[in-house]
Structures are given as C-alpha cells and as structure tokens.
Design a protein around this ligand. Sequence first.
Ligand SMILES: C[S@@+](CC[C@H](N)C(=O)[O-])C[C@H]1O[C@@H](n2cnc3c(N)ncnc32)[C@H](O)[C@@H]1O
Length: 462
Amino acid sequence: MKQIENTKGVQFSLLNKEINNTKSMFRPIHYLGSKLRILDFIKNVIDEIDPTNSRVCDLFSGSGTVSQFLSKNRPITSIDIQEYSRVITSAVLKPLSTAYDLEEVISECKNSEHYQQLLWCLEPMIKHELKSFEEAIKGDPFSICELVEKGSIISFEEGYDEAQSSELKKSMKETFRRNEESKFLLGPEALVARYFGGTYFSFFQAVQLDALLEYVSTLDELDKDIFTAAILSTASDIVNTVGKQFAQPLKTFNADGTPKKNITNRIMKDRQRNVFEIFIRKLQDYILIGKTGFDHHIFKMDFSDALDILSNDVKVVYADPPYTRYHYSRYYHVLETLCLRDNPKVSRTIVQGKEKISRGIYREDRHQSPFSIKSKAQEAFETLFEKVSNLEASLVLSYSPSTEDKKSTPRIQRIEDLKKLGRKYFDNVESIPVGQFSHSKLNNSDKNFEINYDAEILIICK
Ligand SMILES: C[S@@+](CC[C@H](N)C(=O)[O-])C[C@H]1O[C@@H](n2cnc3c(N)ncnc32)[C@H](O)[C@@H]1O
C-alpha cells in the first residue's frame, strides 16, 4: 500500500491496484481533460473522506468517466450542462431495459424508408465525393479538398455558396432541391448530412448517422440514451479532424490555394470507416460495462441549480469545472447537435470583409461557461463553495495548474485564491498533488486547449 501525505499531515492511502483498475475502463469519446488516468486517485480520496459508500455527486460529469468509475461502489448523481454529457453518463451508468438483436437493428435501419429517402437526397454529394476520392488516388486532390472545405450543405442553404467548381455547385444545388422536395429542410431527418457532411464526416457516413438517429428516436426512453451514446462514440471515432474533437475541421489548402501535402491520406482514412460496423461495436461496449444496481441520477443542469436540489444523502461533491478560457461546448458542439436534432442557427464569421458561416459550423447558442470567463469565474467558484458547504457535504475539487515555462493555456484561477475562497466556507481546506500525468493530448498544431504534463491537484474541503 502506497501512502501519500498531504500538506497537513493527513494520510491518504492509495491502493496499488490503480493501473489495473482503470485499464478496463471504457472510454466513451475522445475527450480533452478526461480524468481517466487519475480515477483511482480520485476514488481513493473520496473513499477516505466517506468510507460509508454514500452518494457522490459528479458535478461536471463531461465524458462520464468519473461517474462510471465511482458507480462501482456508490450511488451517483451526475450533473452537466450539456445534453451529450447527460446521454453518455446515463449510458455508462444504466443498463438496457431489454435485449436487442443488434444485426436486426442495422437491418431495420438499412431497410427503412427514411434511409432510402436520405440516400436519394444525398446521392449527388455521395457520388461527387466518391469521384473526388478516385481523382485524389490518381494524384489530383483538388476536388476532395474543395468538398471538405467548401461542400457544406447548410452553408449553401443559407446562401453562402463558396464552391469554385461547377461540378460541386451542381451537386450541392441538386442535393438542396431533393432535400426540399422531401421536406427534410426543417426537421431532423437529414440534419447530420446537412450540417456536418463534408466538413466533419463523409456524406455517406453522415447519412448513416442520420439513419441511426432516426431509428433511435423510435425507441423506448429508457434505451434511447445507450443507443444515442453509441452513435456519439461512433462520431467521435470517425470524425475527420485534428485531435478527434469538433473545433477545427481540416484545412486542406495552403495559403496559395494549392492542396496541402499528404492531404489525401488524412482525408480518406477516417472517411472510409463504416458507421454501422463501428456503431455495433460501441453499442456492445456500452452493454458490456459492468453496471451496478444503485439508484443513479443523471441530470442536464447548471451546476448552481443542481446544488439547490441535490438530495441530502450526498456526502461528497466531486467537481471538475473548466479552468481555461476555451469553452468545452466549442469542442463538442457536434455531439450536442446530434443529441438535440434541433436545426440550430449557425454562428457567422467575417473573413476578409465577407460574412460566412463559421468554419466549424458552431451552434449560435453554444453554452458559455462562467468558469471560462474571467469576469465571472470567481463568482462561480464562490457559489460552488457556498452551496456545497450549505449541503453539509465535502468538496473534492480537481485543479490542473499551468506552468510559465511550458506553453500551456493559462488558468483563470490561481490555486491559492481558490483555497482562500474555500476557507471562507469550510473548516478544513487541503490540497494533494496527484503526481505527474498528462491530459489527453491534442495534436501539437493545436495550442488552444491544453497540453501539459503538470501535476494535477485535488483541493479537499471538509
Ligand atoms: C473538465 S470537463 C469535465 C471532465 C470530466 N470530469 C471527465 O472526466 O470527463 C468540464 C465540464 O463542465 C461542464 N460545465 C461547464 N459549465 C457548466 C455549468 N455552468 N454547469 C454544469 N456543467 C458545466 C462542461 O460541459 C464540461 O463537460
């Protein structure tokens, strides 16, 4: 048994089974800042504070990995402001209500009228993409590069036609006409293809994702979350971006308008993957998670509202809020839209004096977290400390410091300020460094979020 001594001399014991335990964990999506690598540490600290295995609240549940891990021996209440997080967390905590023949699910999807109609609507883009692939393989990647950067149907629908080649213009126009004729422009039927086809997924993949979402919409509420989560996991695996998040679609052209070197491979690798096959594997992963029979609660809610309604059996609140000015909602907006299927308004940008749809096809109503806004973060933390102390629960707060010498994104709060704030509301505030580990890494070209190897810290307030 390893022992870690915190600053005030309290012993926090760490069992040596850490790595073995977390190895078997299912990772639902590629997620920045996931706590996957320090789950044992978090669990041991919480077990030390509350050895009675009472309810824990995972207040910013994100990809649901902390909830999944802690649920092995406790009931969990999971909170996050995003619907995709609620869906994933529900899927890792709750079992299916009934058994499904998974091959039958796919066959129903493929034979559905909806799927056949979608294939007809998107046929011009699917064919255009296939032809572009063939040209790229023969050494001319222009057409596929153009489709990735300028082939967005939603952009065309909104009157921003950026395509240069007449073939792409023609394919987009005909696709628009067929979608209109099928009355697919206002409802959710072709949402993935219209919003994210070309930019993030191949058009054929987007159609398959739409078909799965439509199938899921007919399911019993209880099982919807697991099926939808498997779709989100599939989207996260196949997405054709740097770092597998949804903030930066590929840039396929150099500044001089020529296609980038080796771009064909980068485009084709992800886009050739079969959605239905990956979906079945992901669904099996969710089904095979060992789930406990505790009464878990999962809510899509603001943290502050949630703290007003938490049940009084919550003994520990684990909080992992954002610490940088980069909003999580920017990195996962596609997953949110896949869940909501609500035809969102897309934000605009001005490029060289001309208005365009934002390159990432961001939702206009993307959540802006107070924790990521300098002028609001202090008040948000104060609310967090105050409301958890009113609940008479302990708070375990994750914190990842940045260092000057490494180019990591500056943190909005300093650890000393947080501890000082904590002491206003709790008798005992201590911090424990987790040890050296790295957050899930982004490609080196993306310095926006965080790449660091700093020691993660848990601030414990009792
Ligand atoms: C650092 S991530 C959590 C990561 C998580 N512990 C994991 O391992 O996957 C922060 C989360 O806080 C959520 N969030 C941000 N502002 C929020 C708010 N006001 N209320 C509830 N959740 C919020 C974000 O949606 C994001 O999922």
